[in-house]
Design a protein around this ligand. Structure first.
Ligand SMILES: Nc1ncnc2c1ncn2[C@@H]1O[C@H](COP(=O)(O)OP(=O)(O)OP(=O)(O)O)[C@@H](O)[C@H]1O
Length: 233
């Protein structure tokens, strides 16, 4: 089947993923547009990570099609951090493996607020410092799309606010930012578009305002729980 490819846009259409007999994702459509932050929300086990991984070609698709920009960077799990490397060595290694000049490394470390700890071994870094290091590596090579699975995990409130500012700044530069989070307040503060997944299916996809306008309170929490009904697998 032929797809109409819009460069810089991430799209998943009609995705189905099965683990054994279990259809954990079905009829899934998801997109992330350049210049916008798209937040994927859903209860534990909803299928968020599976959807992202399948869209990136890291998990087998049983149906559907996906497209993504050539320069797509991802941050999944801990970002492959190696305790014995320093922060600078980790980001440099990522640049080298991506074939990107290493002149960008110190700028990226600065972008994530880690200049003062560039020579620190990752094994000695706090959880928040590790997330910032992994984020710096995920920004190597001027990506058109960044896919971040729970990038705020382990960040303190100040770190979560900082992350939102960083992601909004990336979007302002034209990057398509696709991220997941369990923190609804974080999502409300930073996202343009929302996709809600529950029970392996898409319950909502569209601008944040459209989702919250469906509730009397106008809050993302109420809209989220109305869509998901407190489900978890
Ligand atoms: N490798 C696997 N083998 C079998 N089942 C899996 C595998 N990975 C995920 N699953 C199942 O697929 C479903 C969706 O999992 P997934 O990790 O995508 O959910 P999630 O929305 O990202 O959850 P969380 O918010 O808890 O990270 C769950 O029922 C999970 O147990």
């Amino acid at each position: 089947m032929t797809t109409t490819r819009t460069d810089n846009e991430f799209q998943i259409r009609g995705l189905e993923v099965r683990y054994g007999a279990d259809r954990v994702v079905r009829d899934m459509n998801l997109s992330a547009a350049p210049g916008r932050v798209t937040c994927v929300l859903g209860p534990n086990g909803a299928g968020k990570t599976t959807t992202l991984r399948a869209g990136l070609g890291l998990v087998r698709r049983h149906a559907g099609e996906c497209q993504r920009p050539d320069r797509t960077n991802v941050l999944l799990d801990d970002g492959g951090l190696i305790p014995g490397l320093t922060v600078r060595q980790h980001v440099t290694a990522r640049a080298l493996s991506a074939g990107v000049p290493t002149g960008c490394v110190d700028d990226l470390i600065d972008t994530v607020g880690m200049s003062g700890a560039a020579a620190m071994k990752i094994g000695r870094c706090s959880m928040g410092m590790k997330r910032r290091t992994a984020l710096a590596a995920a920004l190597v090579g001027d990506p058109q799309l960044v896919v971040l699975d729970e990038p705020s995990a382990g960040l303190d409130p100040e770190g979560i606010r900082w992350l939102g500012t960083l992601l909004r700044g990336l979007a302002r530069q034209g990057v398509a930012v696709l991220t997941t989070t369990h923190h609804l307040a974080e999502a409300a503060a930073m996202t343009d578009d929302v996709a809600v997944i529950a029970g392996g299916t898409l319950r909502f996809s569209g601008p944040l305002e459209e989702m919250t306008s469906g509730t009397t309170s106008g809050s993302l929490d109420d809209a989220f729980f109305a869509l998901t009904g407190g489900e978890a697998r």
